[in-house]
Unconditional design. Sequence first.
Length: 175
Amino acid sequence: MSTPTPPAETITALARRYRLELDMGKGSDAADWQLVPGVTEFTPKIEPTQQDVTTYDAEGWVEQTVTMLAWSIEVTLAHRAHPTTGVFNAAQEALRRASMAFGARSYVRIRYYDRNGAADAYAGTALVTWEPAGGGPDAVDTIKVTLTGSGPLAEITNPVAGGQPPVSKALKAVA
């Protein structure tokens, strides 16, 4: 028995690698992707619906098949406002408004991708749940947003693939 070669991938990816954007194009054919700022937690999920397809041929073992997929994203946001005017961020406000709308206005188009350029990039249409966290007088205003997919979550070409990934403000300050 030979010793397996250790994997070359030894660096652990950071959770903050994801960037979430909202299409603010107001239904036009041309997308207007805007950053959803203030993400403090980001959890994408794909959940399969499994059905039993066991036959006598399985000799007592259960067999399953996937018949549907559902996707969602849970995001915690630091609620962002302009430092002078106090006006809330437009992308965050669009999510809030969609959470209280009916029909076509209740859907948003989103995309998320690895900000470092990895192939991990998706887009889809979702319904929005907006839940302020509340808190005491010393708390910051955070919002739990759930994006529940309506239709497919499509793989897309990462918008920063092959190009230069966004540089953090900290790195710009050092340069």
